[in-house]
Design a protein around this ligand. Structure first.
Ligand code: HEM
Length: 357
């Protein structure tokens, strides 16, 4: 039930959402974690949201959530000496772990408040993921407890929001820098979905949109959200391609560098989605040259949800609206500098103006 509810949550009525956003903020949008993050995990659902369904974007709760969340992102982005000298971990010389624990504690309290609110409610206003999980928790002999639920939401928000939203921001930036590729995606969308204004982007369209899929792959190649994946530890001495990896070594996989390796990719620094029309390379963990979600038994469990969300959000943004850069900027002015936080995101957010298509 939870799975189908999550899948249902990923079916998005974006047109309505974007329209609402425009009503709040006007047509000038900052396509970054703020807008997209909220869109991806708190509002992208039809007709419901994951858990913040009842809270307006500018409500106190929503603001509180954003502040904690931004604190976590900022903290995660600070370089920490412990990452290079793990033996210092226990000492926490920069106080990073203490600060992070404090933020996580606040986030757990925040989710707990939402759970309490929902449990106290007499009439059901909605059915969202939180409702489904609460029903599950209340079943007789349920193995799901309240702490399980709170930590599940912690995982979902921390692992799933910034990664997904930064990918969409990079994809939009690349497309706006390459108008002919943008046109190509729009052409494909018009051909496959048609020109019916009422049409929603459904999940089933994704398989019929090869160019859009190629754009997403190319975005992952150039801008993997977690450029060094998550550190792994070697269980034994292993020899890989002539290199000895000793037992207990911390292993970081530099997927950012792999994506730009000229031994693997032709014109690696260019945004060329077409390269993926010529082969079956995908990011699902089978093709080691493109593994933004990792591979093997610890591959990201959110891959299917992230993949659906990114394709549907991107298709909806491009199908329903034309976009141009804000403040009279030209494509050459788009700053593609990167800043490392929990994810690799744009140093300068993308500012765009929508024009109803
Ligand atoms: C573009 C989007 C995303 C990317 C690129 C991404 C990437 C990754 C990577 C590289 C890892 C570590 C894999 C490894 O250990 O080698 C990971 C782990 C994880 N991801 Fe994602 N992720 C994304 C979205 C999501 C979403 C939407 C969720 C959940 C809603 C999620 C949940 C998790 C969890 C729970 C783990 C830890 C798994 C474990 O410890 O075994 N991720 N992700």
């Amino acid at each position: 039930m939870i799975k189908s509810s999550l899948i249902e949550q990923s079916r998005i009525q974006l047109k309505h959402l974007i329209t609402t956003y425009f009503q709040w903020y006007g047509c000038h949008l900052q396509i970054n974690g703020g807008f997209l993050g909220e869109l991806v995990l708190t509002k992208c659902s039809r007709p419901n949201n994951l858990i913040l369904h009842d809270h307006h974007n500018n409500s106190k709760k929503s603001q509180e959530f954003k502040e904690i969340f931004l604190g976590i992102m900022k903290e995660a982005g600070r370089p920490n000496v412990v990452d290079f000298f793990p033996m210092l971990r226990k000492l926490d010389p920069q106080g990073a772990r203490a600060r992070m624990n404090n933020y996580f504690g606040k986030l757990i309290d925040f989710f707990d408040g939402l759970v309490e609110e929902r449990l106290e409610r007499e009439t059901k206003l909605s059915t969202d993921v939180l409702d489904s999980l609460l029903e599950f928790m209340m079943e007789d002999n349920s193995q799901v407890t309240r702490p399980h639920l709170l930590h599940l939401f912690l995982d979902l928000f921390v692992a799933g929001t910034d990664t997904t939203s930064s990918t969409i921001e990079w994809a939009m930036s690349e497309l706006l820098r390459n108008p002919e590729k943008l046109e190509q995606v729009r052409k494909e969308l018009q051909q496959v979905i048609g020109k019916d204004e009422q049409e929603q982007i459904e999940e089933s369209y994704i398989t019929k949109l090869p160019y859009l899929r190629a754009v997403v792959k190319e975005t992952f190649r150039l801008h993997p959200p977690i450029p060094l994946l998550v550190p792994h530890k070697s269980e034994d001495n292993v020899e890989i391609c002539g290199f000895m990896v000793p037992k207990d070594a911390q292993v970081l996989v530099n997927v950012w560098a792999m994506g730009r390796d000229s031994n693997i990719w032709r014109n690696p620094d260019e945004f060329l989605p077409e390269r993926f029309l010529e082969n079956d390379v995908d990011f699902k963990g089978q093709d080691f040259e493109l593994i933004p979600f990792g591979a093997g038994r610890r591959i990201c469990p959110g891959l299917p949800l992230a993949s659906r969300t990114i394709h549907i959000v991107l298709a909806s943004l491009l199908y329903n609206y034309d976009w141009k850069l804000a403040n009279g900027k030209k494509k050459e002015d788009i700053d593609m500098s990167e800043t490392y936080g929990i994810t690799l995101h744009k140093t300068h957010p993308l500012h765009v103006i929508s024009i109803q298509a």
